[in-house]
Design a protein around this ligand. Structure first.
Ligand code: UDP
Length: 459
C-alpha cells in the first residue's frame, strides 16, 4: 500500500513554519509522505538560509505557491499580506493539488491536508478534492479557545461586536480555566492601531471554516493547559514539538553555528539568553538601554539581533562593542539547542508561543517582554499560572516615548536569577513536558492517534 500523502500548509510566517516542520518530521518518521507548501517568498528564504537548492528537507518535500505580492513588497504588513494571499492562494492551492494528483496517477495522491488554523480558507479547497482536512494550532490552546468563543464573549457582554472589551478586569472562559484579563485578547494587541480590525476579521473568517477540519493538532500538552483542553476534547495536544540537533526546521536566516562553542566556554547556569523571535522589533533607543542593562549585570549574555531588526551596520557595530567582552550578538541561532545548553540560566523573551514551549521543555526561567498578539496571554500563563518567569514592567505608552531603563533590565535579570523557587518550578514543568512526549506520555499517545487517523487505521 502506498504511504498516505499529506500536504502541510503553514501561515506564511517563521513562527508558524517551524512547529509545522517539526510535526512534519514526526509524520515522516512514522512513514507518512509529506509535501510542505510555503509561499514562494518564504521558500526562497528557507533555501537561501540553508544555501541549498535541494527541494527535500530531511524527507519532507518542499513546494511553493505565490502569495500574490511583488518581490519588494512589505510582508510584515499584515493587512497587505492577508488580503493578497486570501485572494491568490486558494486558486494556487487548487492548481497544486490538481498537479500533484495528476502526476501521481493513482499512487500517492494527496489524502490529507494539514493546514494552520490561521489558513482555514484551505479546508474548503481540500473538500473540493475529497481530501481530508486537519487543523494545526501553533498557539496555546487558551488563545485558540478565546478565538473560537468570540460569539459567546459578545453574547455575554465581555466583547463588543468589533472585538474590543466592554470592561476592564478578569474573567474565566470556563470554570477550569485560569482567569484572563480582558486586555489580553490577541486581536486587540496588534502592535499598531490599524492592525486590530485586520486581525479580528481574519480570525472571524478562519473561525467560519474551522469546523471543516476533522481534528486539530496543537503544539501544547494536556498537563500544561488542562482547563483549555477540557473545553475542546477534539483538539489533540502533541507538544512540545521539537527537532533534534541538525534537523532543519525551515529557518529564514542561517543559524550561527559558533554559538555552541561559545556556550561551552561559559560557566554552568550563567548565561542570559535574549531573543525576541522572528517578528518583534524594538526601537533603537530601547535596544541601547537593553544592551546597557545586560552589560550592568556583569554576566555573559547571548543576544539575537535579527538582520531585519538591526537598522544599519553601524548601529549593530555599536551594540556589538557595547556587548563585548562578555556579551555575544548573533543574527540567528539554533534556539532550541541554545535553550538546552547547561550554561543558559534564563531567557529574556517576547513570549512567542514557540519560544515559551521551548523554554518550558528545557526548564529555563523567563523574563517576559511581550510585543504583540497572544504574547500577553502567554506572559500571564508564565508569570501568573505556572510561575516560571517574571514580567519586565513595560511602560504604558506604546509609542516608544517611554523606555524600559537599563537599571530596570539589570534589576529584573538579577531578581529572576536569584529566585530559586521560580527555577524549581521551571524544572518541575520541564519534567512534565518531557513525560508528555516520552514513552506512554499524553502527547506521544495523541501523536500516535493522529498518525493512525492519517494512515486510515483509526478506530
Ligand atoms: N528562533 C530561532 N533562532 C533565533 C530566534 C528564534 O530558531 O535566533 C526560533 C525559535 O526557536 C522559535 C521561533 O524562532 O521556534 C520563534 O517563534 P515564536 O513563536 O517564539 O515567535 P515569533 O517569531 O512567532 O514571534
Amino acid at each position: 500500500m502506498a504511504a498516505p500523502h499529506v500536504l502541510v500548509l503553514p501561515f506564511p510566517a517563521q513562527g508558524h513554519i517551524i512547529p509545522l516542520m517539526e510535526l512534519s518530521h514526526c509524520l515522516v518518521e512514522h512513514g507518512v509522505k509529506v509535501t510542505f507548501v510555503n509561499t514562494e517568498f518564504n521558500h526562497g528564504l528557507i533555501l537561501g538560509a540553508l544555501a541549498t537548492r535541494e527541494s527535500n528537507l530531511g524527507g519532507i518535500g518542499l513546494v511553493s505557491i505565490p502569495d500574490g505580492l511583488g518581490d519588494g513588497e512589505d510582508r510584515k504588513n499584515l493587512s497587505r499580506l492577508t488580503n493578497s494571499f486570501s485572494k491568490v492562494m486558494p486558486g494556487e492551492l487548487e492548481k497544486l493539488i490538481g498537479r500533484i494528483n495528476d502526476d501521481a496517477r493513482g499512487r500517492e495522491r494527496i489524502s490529507w491536508l494539514i493546514a494552520d488554523v490561521n489558513m482555514a480558507w484551505a479546508f474548503p479547497v481540500a473538500k473540493k478534492f475529497g481530501v481530508r482536512a486537519a487543523g494545526f494550532c501553533p498557539s496555546s490552546a487558551a488563545s485558540f479557545a478565546t478565538r473560537l468563543r468570540i460569539p459567546e464573549l459578545i453574547r455575554d457582554g465581555v466583547l463588543d461586536e468589533e472585538g474590543w472589551p466592554r470592561w476592564r478586569g478578569t474573567f474565566q472562559l470556563a470554570p477550569a480555566m485560569p482567569p484572563m484579563d480582558t486586555s489580553e485578547f490577541s486581536w486587540n494587541r496588534a502592535g499598531n492601531p490599524k492592525g486590530q480590525p485586520v486581525i479580528f476579521q481574519l480570525i472571524l473568517r478562519n473561525n467560519a471554516d474551522t469546523h471543516l477540519a476533522e481534528t486539530i493538532v496543537c503544539n501544547s500538552f494536556q498537563e500544561l493547559e488542562p482547563g483549555a483542553f477540557s473545553l475542546f476534547p477534539g483538539v489533540l495536544p502533541v507538544g512540545p514539538l521539537f527537532a533534534d540537533s541538525g534537523t532543519p526546521v525551515g529557518s529564514f536566516w542561517p543559524e550561527d553555528a559558533s554559538c555552541a562553542a561559545w556556550l561551552d566556554e561559559q560557566p554552568a547556569n550563567s548565561v542570559v539568553y535574549v531573543a525576541f523571535g522572528s517578528f518583534a522589533a524594538y526601537d533603537t533607543a530601547q535596544l541601547i538601554e537593553l544592551a546597557e542593562g545586560l552589560a550592568l549585570t556583569s554576566r555573559p549574555f547571548l543576544w539575537v539581533v535579527r538582520p531585519d531588526s538591526a537598522g544599519d551596520e553601524r548601529y549593530l557595530e555599536q551594540l556589538r562593542r557595547r556587548a563585548a567582552p562578555r556579551g555575544r550578538i548573533v543574527s540567528w541561532c539554533p534556539q532550541q539547542h541554545v535553550l538546552a545548553h547547561p550554561s543558559v540560566a534564563c531567557f529574556v523573551t517576547h513570549c512567542g508561543w514557540n519560544s515559551t514551549m521551548e523554554a518550558v521543555r528545557n526548564g529555563v526561567p523567563l523574563l517576559c517582554w511581550p510585543y504583540f498578539t497572544d504574547q500577553f496571554l502567554n506572559q500571564s500563563y508564565i508569570c501568573d499560572v505556572w510561575r516560571t518567569g517574571m514580567k519586565v514592567p513595560l511602560p504604558p505608552a506604546a509609542d516608544g516615548t517611554k523606555l524600559v531603563g537599563r537599571d530596570v533590565v539589570r534589576g529584573k535579570v538579577e531578581e529572576l536569577l536569584g529566585d530559586v523557587e521560580t527555577k524549581a518550578r521551571a524544572l518541575a514543568l520541564r519534567d512534565l513536558a518531557r513525560r508528555a512526549v516520552g514513552d506512554g506520555g499524553s502527547s506521544r499517545r495523541n501523536l500516535r492517534r493522529f498518525v493512525d487517523l492519517v494512515k486510515g487505521s483509526a478506530s
